[in-house]
Design a protein around this ligand. Sequence first.
Ligand code: AVJ
Length: 324
Amino acid sequence: MPFTPGRVPFQFYDLHPDTENFRDDVLSGLAQPRKALAPKYFYDARGSELFEAICDSPEYYPTRTELAMMQADSRDMARLLGPDCLLIEYGAGSGRKTRVLIEALAPAAYVAIDISRTALQQCAAELAAAYPKVKVAAVCADYSRPLDLPVIESISPRRRVIYFPGSTIGNFTRPDALVFLHQAHALAGRGGAMLAGVDLKKDPARLQAAYNDARGVTAAFNLNLLARINRELDGDFDLDGFVHRAIWNADQSRMEMHLESLRDQQVTVAGQTFHFRAGETLHTENSYKFKLQSFAALAEAAGWTLERTWSSEQPAFAVVLLRA
Ligand code: AVJ
């Protein structure tokens, strides 16, 4: 199973994160008075491609900013983290930042965890080929739920280091972020650490542009969720009946993405019918923007100690080293 001819083998563990969960979550999300879906469902094969295109858009600053920070500071990070660790990444995606970290850190092994099977397999195959000295494993799983790591044979890492770039922590509401950070703390274990990307609060106009790029890639990413429901759950969403909205919620310090219904309409999904009023929205994502102190307080409430912060100004972004 892990071996594909012509490719460098990596261990692959499929914890089957979607299908039934997706159906149940969509049906309950559409039945709520304020319709909402979790952003983890964006990432089917098409959604992962569109997300990569967002990262390349001129308006979406986080990827570029964090990659530049990794290039500038990864040696510093590696010195504090130490060699021969087990590096565990949540939401590996394309692995662009991971390469920079692996080169500086020289981990004993690398475990990529991602909900998107296609993106994960591609990333793991590429990294296994690029770094033959690093043992590579891939786990297809929903990491917002508790998860047991597979046993990686013939390595004895000195510690576990979790890598959680992209400010994906911002997709969790505060209570969910606490639960997640607790789970990550347990996974890191004694002497473990976490390196996380944290997008910081900034000018709302800049944020709005980042989540509503001029070429419409983010709009396509958001609308792909409806296309995915149509494909996988026998839905009949009319994609021309909804528009992408990106809203800065100042009270909650978060960007929100919604899909707004342009008219009164009925939609059927998996045999159930739902009604949308004109102007009613389906809330598809929160992306919290932090103040460093509020992020530190959140991490500390989950048992972590903030050891080091690297930050950039304009656009403000931070990479933090947390110790378990
Ligand atoms: C990958 C979750 C960090 O919230 O900024 C990009 C996803 N959504 N554009 C983010 C996303 C809209 C992104 N994260």
